[in-house]
Ligand binder design. Structure first.
Ligand SMILES: NC(=O)C1=CN([C@@H]2O[C@H](COP(=O)(O)OP(=O)(O)OC[C@H]3O[C@@H](n4cnc5c(N)ncnc54)[C@H](OP(=O)(O)O)[C@@H]3O)[C@@H](O)[C@H]2O)C=CC1
Ligand SMILES: N[C@@H](CCC(=O)OP(=O)(O)O)C(=O)O
Length: 433
C-alpha cells in the first residue's frame, strides 16, 4: 500500500500540537490538575450534546455492526458519568513526570540523576468506543503529552462532540487546546504515520494485521495494542462453581472487549462434570458454543470447532471449547494461538497455578478470577490508553507510567573523563544519594 503525501493541513495541526506539548511538558502538577478538572467540568456541561451525537452515531451504525460492537459504540448517561469520574480520578493520581529514579554521586561534585519526562506527542488510533477518547486525553494531559486522536469511523460524531468539549474546557486553563486533536479518516491516519518530526509514539488499538501494517509503514516508534485472543483453562483441581462463574463473566459480561475470553480449555478429567454445567450457564447468557471432537462427545448439540476457531477473536457471544490432556497441553495451546493479552487458570492447586504463571507468555496471567480485570481502572491506574500486547514494556493496561520516558541529568563542576582514565585514573564513588 502506498502512503499518501503529507497534506500541509495535517502538518500544521501536528506542528501546533508539538508546540502545545512543549509547554505542557513543563507545567506544574497543579496546572495540569486544573486542566483535568476543567475537562471534567466541560464534559459535564456538554453532556446533552455528546449524548445526542452518540445517538446519531448509533442510528447510523445500527444496521452495519454486530450487536456487541454496537454496545461498545453506545455512550449512555452512566458510561459518560463513569468516564468523567475517571477523568477526576486521573487528576488525583501522582504526577508521573519529574520522578527521580536514580540519584547517584559519581564522584565528589559529580551528580547523576535519572528523571521521568513526557514522551512529547502521542498519535493514538482507536476503535469506535467514544469513552476511550476521554480516558486517553486525561492520561495524556496528566503525563504532559500532546495527543492526536483518530477514532473508529462509527464514533466520529461522538468523538467530535467530546473533543470539542475538552478543547472548550482547556481554553480556560494553562494547557493550550491545541494539545488535543482529533482525526476522523483513514487517509489522515496514513498521513499521521509520516509525521515522524512531530509525533513521538504511535499507539494503534486494532487487529494484529492493522498493528503490523502500522509498524511496517512508519518510522515513529509503535506501541501495539493488538487483539485479545484470551483463554480460560479449567484445571483438574478447579472448584467447579468458581470455574462456571469466571467463565460466564469472562465471556458474557462484555463480549466485544479485547479482554473477554474466546477459548475455554478444559482438563480431560474434569470435563464430563464441568462442561454440562458451564454450557447451561452460558446458554442462559446467550453464548453460542463450538467444540472440538472430545467436547462434542459430552455436548453433542453444539457446533464443531475447527483450527480457525482457535485463531479467532469473535468479539461476540461465541466461545470455542477444547479438552486438553493436561496443564502442559493447555499452555502449549495458549502460547501457540493466544495473542499474549490475558489468560487465566482456574485451579485450587497452587503449584499448578505457579507453573501457569511462569510458562504462559502473556501480559496478564491470572489465577481464579475473570480476564475482564485486565483494565487500567481496575488496576488502580485511573484509566488506560489501552492494553499493550507487546513483549517489551509497557505491557498490559497502559496508564500514566507507560506514557513517560526519562532523561539522565549530570551536574559537575568542570569534571572531565580524562581524569578517570590512564595510569593515575581516579576511582568513581558510585554512591546512591
Ligand atoms: N489491546 C487493546 O487495547 C485493544 C485491542 N483492540 C483489538 O482491535 C481489534 C479490532 O477492533 P475493532 O473494533 O474491529 O477496530 P477496527 O480494526 O475496526 O478499528 C480500529 C482503528 O483502526 C483503524 N483502522 C483499521 N484498519 C485500518 C487500515 N487498514 N487503515 C487505516 N486505519 C485502519 C480504524 O479506522 P476506521 O474505523 O476509520 O476504519 C479504527 O480507528 C480487535 O482484535 C480488538 O481486540 C481494540 C481495542 C483495544
Ligand atoms: N480494559 C477495557 C478493555 C480494553 C479495551 O480497550 O478493549 P476494546 O473494547 O477492545 O477497546 C475494559 O475492560 O473495558
Amino acid at each position: 500500500m502506498t502512503i499518501v503525501q503529507v497534506g500541509s493541513s495535517l502538518v500544521e495541526i501536528a506542528g501546533k500540537t508539538r508546540a502545545a506539548a512543549s509547554k505542557l511538558a513543563i507545567l506544574s502538577t497543579e496546572a495540569k490538575n486544573q486542566a483535568i478538572a476543567a475537562i471534567a467540568q466541560a464534559l459535564e456541561s456538554s453532556q446533552e450534546e455528546i449524548l445526542q451525537a452518540n445517538v446519531a452515531d448509533c442510528q447510523a451504525a445500527a444496521e452495519g455492526i454486530a450487536k456487541p460492537l454496537y454496545k461498545r459504540l453506545q455512550l449512555d448517561e452512566h458510561k459518560l458519568r463513569d468516564a468523567i469520574a475517571g477523568v477526576r480520578d486521573v487528576g488525583k493520581l501522582a504526577d508521573p513526570v519529574g520522578k527521580v529514579q536514580i540519584h547517584r554521586e559519581l564522584d565528589t561534585g559529580l551528580i547523576l540523576k535519572r528523571i521521568t519526562c513526557p514522551l512529547g506527542v502521542l498519535g493514538i488510533i482507536f476503535e469506535a468506543r467514544p469513552e476511550a477518547a476521554i480516558q486517553i486525553v486525561s492520561l495524556a494531559i496528566k503525563s504532559g503529552n500532546g495527543v492526536i486522536l483518530k477514532c473508529g469511523r462509527e464514533a466520529v460524531r461522538s468523538c467530535e462532540a467530546i473533543v470539542k468539549a475538552i478543547k472548550q474546557g482547556l481554553s480556560q486553563t494553562a494547557v493550550s487546546p491545541d494539545a488535543v486533536q482529533l482525526l476522523t479518516t483513514r487517509e489522515e491516519t496514513l498521513e499521521l504515520l509520516k509525521l515522524d518530526k512531530y509525533v513521538d509514539l504511535i499507539i494503534p488499538r486494532g487487529s494484529n494485521s492493522f498493528v503490523r501494517f502500522v509498524q511496517e509503514n512508519t518510522r515513529i516508534p509503535v506501541l501495539g495494542h493488538a487483539d485479545g485472543i484470551c483463554h480460560a483453562y479449567i484445571d483438574q483441581a478447579a472448584d467447579i462453581n468458581k470455574a462456571v462463574e469466571i467463565t460466564v463473566d469472562a465471556k458474557a459480561q462484555y463480549a466485544a472487549v479485547c479482554n473477554a475470553i474466546e477459548t475455554l480449555l478444559v482438563h480431560q478429567s474434569i470435563a464430563a462434570e464441568f462442561l454440562p454445567q458451564v454450557a447451561t450457564a452460558l446458554a442462559e447468557n446467550y453464548v453460542q458454543l463450538k467444540g472440538d471432537q472430545r467436547t462434542l462427545e459430552i455436548l453433542p448439540n453444539i457446533a464443531a470447532a475447527s483450527e480457525i476457531d482457535w485463531e479467532t477473536e469473535y468479539s461476540d457471544l461465541i466461545l470455542s471449547i477444547k479438552i486438553v490432556d493436561d496443564l502442559e497441553d493447555a499452555i502449549a495451546h495458549i502460547n501457540q494461538y493466544g495473542s499474549r493479552h490475558t489468560d487465566v487458570i482456574v485451579t485450587e492447586d497452587i503449584a499448578t497455578a505457579e507453573a501457569f504463571f511462569g510458562l504462559v507468555n502473556s501480559a496478564g496471567v491470572f489465577h481464579n478470577c475473570s480476564t475482564r480485570f485486565a483494565d487500567g481502572f481496575r488496576y488502580g491506574f485511573g484509566a488506560e490508553v489501552g492494553i499493550s500486547t507487546q513483549q517489551m514494556p509497557p505491557r498490559g493496561p497502559v496508564g500514566l507510567e507507560g506514557l513517560v520516558t526519562y532523561k539522565y541529568q549530570i551536574t559537575g563542576n568542570g569534571h572531565i573523563v580524562a581524569s578517570y582514565t590512564g595510569a593515575n585514573a581516579k576511582a568513581f564513588i558510585h554512591r546512591d544519594l
